[in-house]
Write a protein that binds this ligand. Sequence first.
Ligand SMILES: NC(=O)c1ccc[n+]([C@@H]2O[C@H](COP(=O)([O-])OP(=O)(O)OC[C@H]3O[C@@H](n4cnc5c(N)ncnc54)[C@H](O)[C@@H]3O)[C@@H](O)[C@H]2O)c1
Length: 445
Amino acid sequence: MSNTQDTSARPTPKIEPADGKLGILIPGMGAVATTFIAGVEAIKQNLAKPIGSVTQLATIRLGKRTDNNTPKIKDFVPLAPLENLVFGGWDIFEENCYEAAVNAAVLDRPLLDKLKDPLSALKPMPAVFDSEYVKRIHGPNLKPKGSKMEHAEMLMDDIRQFKARTGASRLAMIWCGSTEVFHRAAAVHQSVETFEKGLAASDPEISPSQIYAYAALKSGVSYTNGAPHLTVDAPALMQMARDRSVPIAGKDYKTGQTFMKTLLAPGFKSRMLGVSGWFSTNILGNRDGEVLDDPGSFRSKEETKLSALEQILQPDLYPDLYKDIYHKVRINYYPPRGDNKEGWDNIDIFGWLGYPMQIKVDFLCRDSILAAPLALDLVLFMDLAQRAGMRGVQEWLSFYFKGPMTAPGLYPEHDIFIQLMKMKNTLRWMKGEQLITHLGLEYYD
Ligand SMILES: NC(=O)c1ccc[n+]([C@@H]2O[C@H](COP(=O)([O-])OP(=O)(O)OC[C@H]3O[C@@H](n4cnc5c(N)ncnc54)[C@H](O)[C@@H]3O)[C@@H](O)[C@H]2O)c1
């Protein structure tokens, strides 16, 4: 008997090699994007290590425990090497990537100064922006007036020119822009046809991020949504991704507080400990915090932040433990903190015979330091997925998101340990390796 499982459910894909440059296109060149780009440049120059990046540091066990075969993931699947990444992006502000990184004040000035040449060379292209979707910020670097379809065409032109300019052989787009106001999928999002008509008529339900996503998919470029708003989580764009064999993924990087939640909640459930309340509050003072101070943008964030606990704890299956949980999430804009967020959780749990206990978590985190390696991993894995012919929603990348996208009708998996197992088993499947179930009985035969 083996503790591995047959992988025959779907044939092993053929993976095209990662030859040539991979162009990373980023709408929104603020704190996360500049920390990501500067980090890659620093690592390329041997000034720092890729801490926090699974693609760069993590290993993957293959075969039996006794085989002692645990290569690094980057040596197991063909990922684009960091030296082959080239960056481009859009922002409503004209600052180049060096200036934007200095303003974001995440990374120290001496480090940024060492990277000044490559970062200064990166100037954001004029953005497609709509102040109905992102309030509180206004910038001059905008595309000329036009319909939403005309804006999509301008973006496709940017994509073509970027590819020609950089000589990239493949592209991946990842949203690092501000969180847009909460919207549900509307009639215009129901099919590719209605969506295209909506673009031509500048339908107010189509957000700027959806115009970027449409331009990407139409250009055969994968799209990853690092923010909590809808974008590709709508039937028209999902259909387009499938039709054009392009991967999509989202939503909202799982960093500070939700990362902690998805570490702790599976632990409580694994021991059948009850939770009666979970109060989460955040203070942060960066531009993201300023945008999230707007109730519409906060509503988008609240949706992804609230959904994780419910899905992990499964109150329907465990009513004695989780039926009456009181879950509250707050975000407060507090400028003195800059990007150094404080995420504070009070968790009321109960144990044997219902006796109550409390846990306090105070995570003094650095938001963009946590998000940057996720952005790196995501673009590398999305490029891998595309070369492996995997199209549509990439649920195996749920590990990275607060609100993982799934196929319609499926509930998302939020438990980070299940997500990690799913991700690693997907990589094993891609390479025709046996999946690992951790049964392990054969060691005792
Ligand atoms: N930092 C984290 O840990 C974290 C975690 C999860 C999600 N996120 C999300 O990632 C996104 C980026 O976060 P950040 O801290 O870098 O924010 P930021 O405010 O520093 O950067 C966002 C940038 O996007 C630009 N922008 C807004 N709308 C745009 C548009 N239509 N086109 C082009 N540019 C546009 C803004 O001008 C700004 O420079 C936010 O949506 C945030 O909620 C961040």
